[in-house]
Structures are given as structure tokens and as C-alpha cells.
Design a binder for this molecule. Sequence first.
Ligand SMILES: NC(=O)c1ccc[n+]([C@@H]2O[C@H](COP(=O)([O-])OP(=O)(O)OC[C@H]3O[C@@H](n4cnc5c(N)ncnc54)[C@H](OP(=O)(O)O)[C@@H]3O)[C@@H](O)[C@H]2O)c1
Length: 253
Amino acid sequence: MPKFLAYQTLNKLKTPAQTLAVDAVHLISNFTKMNIGILGSGVVGQALAGALIKNGHYVQMGSRTSKNEKTVAWAKGAGEYASAGSFNEAALFGDLIIICLNGEYTLEAVHSIDAENVRNKIVIDLTNPLDFSSGMPPSILEGLGNTTSLGEKVQEALPGAFVVKTLNTINYKLMVDARLVNNGDHNLFLCGNYPDSKNKVMHFLVDNFHWKASSLIDLGGMEAARAVEAIVPFWVLVYRKLDTPMFNFKIVQ
Ligand SMILES: NC(=O)c1ccc[n+]([C@@H]2O[C@H](COP(=O)([O-])OP(=O)(O)OC[C@H]3O[C@@H](n4cnc5c(N)ncnc54)[C@H](OP(=O)(O)O)[C@@H]3O)[C@@H](O)[C@H]2O)c1
């Protein structure tokens, strides 16, 4: 079944109440303004936080300390919908959590939060386990490829949460506005162990970041994160060749 049909069908079949019943999580939609916890203060966290505040969501940006100068300054400048906290505080704050942490320290940071703070919540993981220690292109961090992945490790660390891996294969500007390349005609991959949560994340991407539902490809369970994380060194090679990060993969049949 074409992906868009699948998306429409799911929309028709599931009322919000039915959708909620499946995973017992909050409905993700443009019509529901949410509290969103962004774990990460880098360019990705800042881009997502800015775009989500523009869309009317409340956003807390988490850092190693709640008094991080960068996040406190960001919150001050971003208005009344913005706040700064620690990773743990942002996890507690969010109905939806987005993990935008440095790949090398993601697991350390995720283990530092109280897993109860994300119980029954959707967690989007867009991190990449990249090792830049031998220069460019990066390789995959030892122990986080082939037989496992950051996505799987994040899900293991947060067993009560519904982790969805996505957005890790594109530049941060494109994450928040898919129209910036080829009028939005290109693909984004998702994987995770909870179909209903993946469906909600698809709604969220369509409603907030101009992704076409037909562009979203569900690759199955979280073990697919091994492949979508491993493609990123190839993305870096293409980036160096094209000299711009504004491109993406498009799957044709
Ligand atoms: N750049 C892109 O376009 C792009 C695209 C797709 C995916 N990604 C992925 O997105 C993630 C975020 O990338 P980014 O460039 O925005 O940020 P980044 O510089 O890779 O990471 C920033 C975050 O990592 C935290 N961090 C750094 N060292 C740490 C440590 N020792 N312990 C705990 N936390 C630590 C920082 O904490 P503090 O807030 O306390 O400083 C900060 O919140 C990465 O996994 C990257 O691969 C990036």
C-alpha cells in the first residue's frame, strides 16, 4: 500500500481517543499544542526549538546543567513559550521528547535522566554515533554499529518510552522545513518498535515541518536504526562532494 494511503487510512480508522488508547501517549498534531522537551543545545536543538515555538508549542531546552549560559540566553530571547532546564527537567517537562545530543555522549546523558520522567511518552531520537577521531568522513563509534545502534540503546535505556528514530539522515535546516530541497519531494526514514508512535511522529512531521506524508518511509523495528545511522558517513561524503548540506535521498521505483 502506498505510504500516503496508509497514512490517510490510519487517520480515518483511528479517532484521537482510539489512537491514545493504543500507546497511552498524548496525541501529536498541529491542533494540539504540546510541551516539548528538547535534550540538546547544539545547532539541531536550537533549530527544532525555534521552529516548534513558532508553531505555538511550549519548548524546554535541556542541557547538562539548568544554568547553561547558552540555553538560558536562548530561552530569554525566544519568548514566553521557551524555557531552559537540565536534561532531566526537559524530559519531565515534555509530552514529547526529542533527543539531539552529541552521539558520543548520548547514552551517558540519557542514563542521567530518570526513566520515569519519559514513561508513556514518545521520544524522537535523531542522534548519530559518529566517530570523528580519525578525520573525515567519520566512522561509526566502536560498539554502536552492525549488531546494535544508538536507537536501540536509547530504547533499552528508556524501556517505558516509545522511541522513534528519524530525522538523523538530513541537515538540521531541512529537518524543520522539508520544502527547502526539491519542494519537499525526497524521503525521510523512521523506525521503532511501536507502530502507533511512529504514526504519531509522522503526523507531527507533516503538521510541523512540511513533510509530505508520502515521503515518510517506515523501515520497521528499531534494529533498522543500525542501517539509518550507518548511512550518515555516506551522507557526509556526498556533502563534501556537493559542498552544500541542502540535499537528501530520494528513493525511486
Ligand atoms: N548537525 C546536523 O545537521 C545533524 C543532522 C542530523 C543529525 N544530527 C545529530 O544531532 C545530534 C546533535 O548535533 P548538534 O550538532 O546539534 O550538537 P552536538 O554538538 O553534537 O551536541 C550538543 C549536545 O551534546 C551535549 N554534550 C556534549 N558533550 C557532552 C557530554 N560529555 N556529556 C553529556 N552531554 C554532552 C551538549 O550538552 P550541553 O548542552 O550541556 O552543552 C549538547 O546539549 C548529533 O547526534 C548529530 O549527529 C545532526
